[in-house]
Design a protein around this ligand. Sequence first.
Ligand code: COA
Length: 160
Amino acid sequence: MHRKALYPGTFDPITLGHVDVIERAARIFERLVVAVAETTLKEPLFSLEERVALAREVTAGFGNVEVDTFRGLLVDYARARGIHVLVRGIRAFSDFEFEFQMALTNRKMAPDVETLFLMPKEDYSYLSSSTVREVAELGGDTSSFVPPPVQAALERKYRR
Ligand code: COA
């Protein structure tokens, strides 16, 4: 039986959709580690420290959620932490191919690590961090997409 799970991502920035997945996973597992990727192929808007600080702030209310960072292979980090369940959100059919590739690649490298998919609330099924960044950059209101601390951070980032 698994008590701990890992929710990895770039979280650039963390959105209400991510928080919804965290809430669901935190109800299933005794402990959830939100793992912010240090290096990815993406060039993040927010630094690792900023992404972690925001993730910590918006998950502070969950007693069983911890935010950490990782670099290198996700499965190596999971094994080093003794965690064998990865949680990912699937918003729409378009997420499937990427998630399918990632889950099977991870499974090939680490057959003892299972990926579990959760569906975020329908209200957030269209949300993505890049859309949020674009709206913020163009001066739009992001309050229905991200928690208040993230909204404030976006405003600071794009303040001209
Ligand atoms: N709500 C809202 N948005 C969501 C979401 C949800 N529930 N789930 C995913 N997204 C969106 C994000 O907003 C983001 O959108 P964007 O690309 O338009 O900005 C996108 O989906 C995915 O971002 P995120 O959820 O932060 O995760 P990711 O796909 O960037 O994470 C890693 C990928 C870090 C887990 C993966 O690259 C990894 O494991 N890297 C480590 C190296 C490794 O092991 N590689 C081999 C793996 S095959």
